[in-house]
Design a protein around this ligand. Structure first.
Ligand SMILES: [Zn+2]
Length: 412
């Protein structure tokens, strides 16, 4: 009897020790992650929030509810989530490739630049415009949010190479060469009509060279595989994929194959893993949602050439489908699998974060920018040390950023 009691006592004591140490371990990890997250420069290379800035009722200085259509990024929630720097995308959907279409795209780009600058200026106590790595670290020290500008789609360049320098002077620091359809620069990875140039066009080659000369980061997200290889052959500076994932883990043309990742690493570049569920994890079939989306696409003619009012109702109906058939979102762990994959393949120096918030990005447990610390927690749990996490969160991107600028300075 005595023996049985002793055994029972020892057993219970053992379990309590285990539970306490588990709890301590969990607290330690969370504390460690919070410390690292607070210390390192955290950079996200892609959000499409500026489209909201064109609407006069959206002030990114106010706090919004992302589950009530409020968007996933504002300055207050950036602070809450410990995100120091964000690239705001000047996104131009691909339209007519005519003189008139190009002109319209250019003017829209100018308007979005203005809207970003006004939003930052109106909220100077919390945010500041940044155009260099040094700016980012300085603004971080001041406890403010650093806002960079990137251009998503080279369409607004039209046929005028001189606009590249103009956009640089206006403060942009990367250009994604195309979007979901082919343009005059290159083929897209997702154009339903297939390739048109078999990679970069002759004009596209001049665009990449001019970007190298001016000091722009060339962004290879969205472009076709052949265009990717063409860019990597031509660019004298490292390139970025501002929001893409690994195709080995999720077979989607928007993602980079292992071979592309090796070539990217050889070039000294970086892939910024994005938070779009369908690029992270092959989606399970969801026929009701798929057919509702397809019907909407048809109703709004593939969202091409819509008036502002039509675009508004298309967007409204798109989100209504989300509410009716909520998407099955990927998790931070799914996203971290892509980071692990890149690290195992080419080492720690070629991977970062580019969420695509407000452009389709958002995870179950990192739904908006206020939850970014969950990323660091997951990396800590997976055994990444603070030095490695610093590289993933911004160090790698800033290395490329500096190198692109150094090469441009040498060329001029
Ligand atoms: Zn995109």
């Amino acid at each position: 009897m005595f023996k049985l009691k002793t055994i029972l006592f020892l057993f219970l004591a053992g379990i309590s020790i285990l539970l306490v140490s588990c709890k301590l371990n969990k607290e330690n990890l969370a504390e460690k992650a919070a410390g690292i997250h607070d210390q390192v420069l955290t950079v996200d290379t892609h959000c499409d929030t500026p489209m909201r800035l064109l609407r006069s009722d959206y002030n990114p200085g106010d706090k919004h509810d992302p589950r009530q259509g409020g968007g996933k990024v504002d300055f207050q929630r950036m602070k809450e989530g410990g995100l120091d720097a964000m690239f705001f995308a000047v996104f131009i959907g691909q339209g007519e490739r005519t003189e008139e279409g190009n002109e319209k795209a250019k003017n829209l780009a100018f308007n979005i630049f203005d809207a970003i600058k006004k939003a930052v200026k109106d909220n100077q106590d919390i945010a500041q415009l940044a155009t260099s790595p040094e700016d980012a670290y300085k603004i971080q020290d001041e406890g403010k949010r650093a806002i960079f500008i990137g251009i998503e789609n080279g369409y607004p360049i039209g046929n005028d190479l001189s606009l590249i320098e103009k956009f640089y002077e206006m403060g942009a620091r990367y250009i994604t060469l195309c979007h979901t359809r082919n343009n005059d620069i290159c083929d897209s990875s997702t154009d339903s009509e297939g390739p048109e140039h078999n990679g970069l066009s002759d004009f596209g080659i001049s665009v990449v060279k001019e970007m190298n000369r001016v000091g722009f980061m060339v962004d290879v997200s969205h472009i076709s595989d052949s265009a990717f290889y063409d860019v990597l052959k031509i660019s004298t500076a490292p390139v970025i994929a501002s929001h893409s994932c690994a195709r080995a883990l999720c077979d989607n043309p928007r993602n980079l194959t292992d071979d592309m990742l090796r070539v990217l690493a050889d070039n000294g570049g970086v892939i910024q893993i994005c938070f779009v569920s369908e690029y992270l994890k092959t989606p399970e079939p969801f026929p009701e949602r798929d057919s509702a989306r397809l019907a909407l696409r048809e109703k709004y003619k593939d969202f091409q050439n819509l008036s502002d009012a039509e675009m508004d109702s298309a967007r409204y109906e798109w989100y209504a489908i989300d509410r009716k058939f909520p998407p099955k979102l990927a998790t931070v762990a799914d996203m971290a699998d892509h980071i692990d994959h890149v690290v195992e393949l080419v080492g720690i120096n070629h991977v970062g974060i580019g969420t695509d918030f407000d452009g389709g990005g958002g995870l179950k447990d990192c739904f908006d920018v206020s939850e970014m610390e969950n990323v660091t927690l997951e990396l800590v749990k997976r055994g990444y040390n603070s030095k490695e996490i610093e590289k993933i969160w911004g160090g790698n991107l800033m290395r490329v950023f500096r190198k692109v600028r150094d090469i441009a300075e040498k060329e001029s």
